[in-house]
Design a protein around this ligand. Sequence first.
Ligand code: C5P
Length: 428
Amino acid sequence: MKTGVVSFTIRRYVWAEGEGIVVDKRVLLLIGGGVAAYKALELIRELSRRGIGVRAVLTRAAKEFVTPLSVAALSGDKVYDDLFSLTDETEMGHIELSRSADLVVVAPATADLMAKAATGLANDLASTALLATDKPVLMAPAMNVRMWEHPATRRNLRTLKNDGVLFVGPDEGDMACGEFGFGRMAEPLAIADAVTSWYGHGGSAAGAAAAGSLRGKRALVTAGPTREPIDPVRYLSNLSSGKQGYAIAEALGRLGADVTLVTGPTELADPRGVTTVRVETAREMLKACENALPTDVFVSVAAVADWRPAAPAETKIKKNGAAPEPLALAENPDILKTLAGKKKKRPGLVVGFAAETCDVAANARKKLAAKKADWVVANDVSGDVMGGADNQIILVRPDGDEPWPKMSKTDVADRLAAKIAERLAASP
Ligand code: C5P
């Protein structure tokens, strides 16, 4: 006997055509077994509120965290959990189940489910649905930070991205296990936004554009400061934290690009889904960048030291009472200008950064011409931008300036990555 709530939700969010109601947006939600499974209930509510029908599959482990009854009550539909259920197979075979939606959403996508999907294992209903589906898949990973950072998970992530799987999250924050870091499942609202934006883009080939638009494209990003040795223990450098460049590399990766990040020394962990090459000096950075060519896009975010000590001492310079000799400096190569000026392997789109403290747009415009870049992202570093979490930029392009409101460096990265995707799609 169903409760009143259940019959109400069934009437509003009927899965298929029935009772005269046609529901044209349907998601198959695979709920993995993690603490974040409780958030799947909120996700179902949010999707339903947006008029998207949800049919849910629970893994065996997921049932330890949420009950099929609560999932059924919220989705207004039967919940599937058994690959070998005769009743389910007669009602709807697992193959049909896997294809009966527009989009397959995996939330939480546990390390185990990601591993199964990456290797093509199909030993329960959720993993079988993932293998059998011909529909796009959106995963919301959720796991302990060490599991997320484990080389095996990173390998699986790369494989899944190459296979065209879309991702939302994970977020950084406190975890149920008491640790802090990346691995927390994206909030239900953010997952619902990713789903609606997928539908908003047409829900098919164009839909995949939202998250997979840079698939098959290669991107090169530089980030962080460079460190120019004076002697074995001293160097010239600057305050760049690398945050903006890392965020851009990761955002391009999220859109499906094959990203190489060449970074100077920073405190940051290698971004997820990106090949990271760590260097020290400007000359090493140039060499690593040239090794990464050809690419479709080059985003030059690094705060490269313009000068280096001309003849670094091989042993530590001693303080011997006398004033030290003035440091003779040599000019470093300009990596942006060098790559933008290449005849053969010039990246298709070259984006420079201009950190300015005054006349921001005008100076950036000069840099656009001087460095032969296609776009320059001008940022006002007179405040606490260097090392801070926020950024305020003006996107300077030959056809005009686009000032963006102050936003987090991650949002700047996402927005810039989307602009890059748009531009590369327009000129393949
Ligand atoms: O001339 P300025 O250093 O202000 O130019 C900033 C832009 O040039 C940034 O995109 C930066 O990554 C790049 N740059 C470079 N190599 C240098 C100096 C700057 O790639 N030696």
